[in-house]
Ligand binder design. Sequence first.
Ligand code: NAD
Ligand code: MLT
Length: 313
Amino acid sequence: MTTSAPVVLIAEELAPSVLGVLGTGVEIRHVDGADRSALLPALAEAAAVMIRSATQIDAEALAAAPNLKVVARAGIGLDNVDVAAATERGVMVVNAPTSNIVSAAEHAVALLLAAARHIPAADASLREGQWKRSAFTGVEVTEKTVGVVGLGRIGQLVAQRLAAFDVELIAYDPYIQPGRAAQLGVRMVSLEELLRESDFLTIHLPRTPETVGLIGAAELATTKRGVIVVNAARGGLVDEAALADALRSGQVGAAGIDVYATEPCTDSPLFALPNAVVTPHLGASTTEAQDKAGAAVARSVRLALLGEFVPDA
Ligand code: NAD
Ligand code: MLT
């Protein structure tokens, strides 16, 4: 049975701005998109589905959604959407590519500084009644070399922010205009050079077949001993088991990790290591980013359901 008002299925928690922008004239339904047994039947009548990163809109989900016109990703990464399968079915896929870039960049910088100064471990130790100072000796960022892997929107914001620490910036990104890197004061290098030269390494790549496993045991073995690694992009870009081994051996001094190969994740080998600073995919979790992402994709959904032209969000 199809209802008269198009059904917009909200499959993850989105900002309140979404409902205001969608307005009346649609029927809003909610489902937990991470629960496949609830998601698939809920898609049957959906004209639009709105998601973040926890919902997989793959070929099976699309096949369960015969009325679907638009998949709206309230954020950047589209690695949880089968865009080719959607396109084949005539389903539009929209995202909000600039909505959370500042939040994600700030989170990467926060992880880098927290890892450099052991802030979570020192905080936990003090709360346990221990006054330890030498155990938490850190390193300065200033005058070090920071390697940015993926100098896109977020990588560039991270580079701009870290420039204030008076660091040497290098980056690996075969697709970036060299002129843009020069403007930012970033020297473009090969991945091998970046791994060899960096004191801090921060990853800002999309998850694609080319980028999964880009930094594994072999790559970590070529870094400076004690390098600090930050991944606030996608799980799987850095091999978690290899990173955990390198953290144990001291090859990697510390790491700041926001994303995991499979999410939700509660049992990574990283979680037992005091020199790993870990957060549960919080890069975009700010009021500002969620408002922007939600409102942008809600506008796109409204236009798509009206059959109007949908400009880039
Ligand atoms: P972007 O497209 O602007 O930048 C990605 C950069 O990676 C591009 O410059 C591209 O040339 C480069 N790249 C692609 N493939 C590459 C490869 N094989 N080798 C080297 N470089 C390669 O994207 P962005 O806005 O900077 O976002 C990057 C990623 O960050 C997103 O795809 C998303 O997965 C992730 N992200 C995470 C959070 C979070 O909450 N942790 C928030 C936002 C975005
Ligand atoms: C993104 O790609 O935008 C991020 O993963 C943020 C998110 O949706 O939580």
